[in-house]
Design a protein around this ligand. Structure first.
Ligand code: ADP
Ligand code: ADP
Length: 227
């Protein structure tokens, strides 16, 4: 089964700008997949559509067999998204941010508390659970975004520029963490404009340019081509 299938996806924004122009993409279950491309290429638009944050103009999207048009709840259950911007309430405490996300997925209270504890421990934020989010460093806020996205045990995790603005040491530890959860079975798609990040993490890579996929190959193929 494919974790993600995108067919003939188009997005025209209200200002008439065509940001996505017929993208086709398949991501296999268990894959670690990079969407690489310059700023403005259409990466965030594409994953925003998959995560129901952006309305598509046309085309089909399926996540683990759930069609976004006919079964958006099925898509929502399978998917965890870490967007670029910190969109939690800065005044809420770390624990409550993760617990209330579990509520968004309809997870019962007892289970929500358990999952929040597990995710915060995984991201090494358990010691910060009673602090307001605004007290955290940038790297910790990033990790909080990830802990929150994992609370409902998504099969597909989408990371939009996950290490943007993070220093190299924290970046490396985040990379290790992503590899671990991928090895444990979570399919991961990340967007990045750093080839190095894609190279060190990903098994497959698609390059998006001006709203189209211009390359789609396994990492080995890309490295050979670069030689
Ligand atoms: P990337 O994530 O690859 O940097 P985006 O998907 O954010 O690219 O943007 C693709 C293109 O669509 C860019 O040219 C951007 O300016 C444009 N765009 C993004 N959001 C909007 C919007 N809400 N309205 C109009 N144009 C947009
Ligand atoms: P409201 O309904 O209060 O306007 P939102 O609909 O923006 O707020 O979302 C409330 C919370 O639900 C957000 O803070 C976010 O954590 C979560 N959320 C919203 N949309 C998504 C999504 N597509 N995927 C995962 N979480 C989401």
């Amino acid at each position: 089964m494919n974790a993600l299938e995108i067919n003939q996806l188009y997005k025209r924004y209200d200002n008439d700008f065509l940001a996505v122009k017929g993208i086709n993409l398949e991501v296999k279950q268990g894959d670690f997949f990079a969407l690489l491309g310059a700023n403005g290429a259409g990466k965030s638009t594409t994953i925003g559509i998959v995560a129901s944050l952006v309305n598509k103009t046309s085309g089909t999207v399926k996540v683990y067999g759930h069609d976004l048009d006919t079964d958006p709840e099925g898509v929502k259950r399978c998917l965890g998204l870490v967007p670029q911007e910190f969109n939690f309430n800065q005044f809420e405490n770390v624990f409550d941010i993760v617990v209330s996300q579990a509520g968004y997925y309809g997870i019962p209270r007892k289970k929500a508390l358990e999952r929040a504890e597990i995710c915060l421990k995984q991201l090494e934020l358990w010691g910060k659970r009673n602090e307001a989010a605004r007290e955290l460093s940038g790297g910790m806020k990033r990790r909080l975004m990830i802990a929150r996205a994992l609370v409902h045990e998504p099969k597909l995790l989408i990371l939009d520029e996950p290490t943007a603005g993070v220093d190299i040491e924290i970046r490396r530890s985040m990379w290790r963490f992503f590899k671990e959860i991928n090895a444990a079975g979570t399919t991961i798609i990340l967007t990045t404009h750093y080839l190095e990040e894609a190279e060190s993490l990903c098994k497959h890579i698609a390059i998006i340019n001006k709203g189209n996929v211009i390359e789609n190959m396994d990492m080995k193929g890309l490295l050979e081509k670069a030689d």
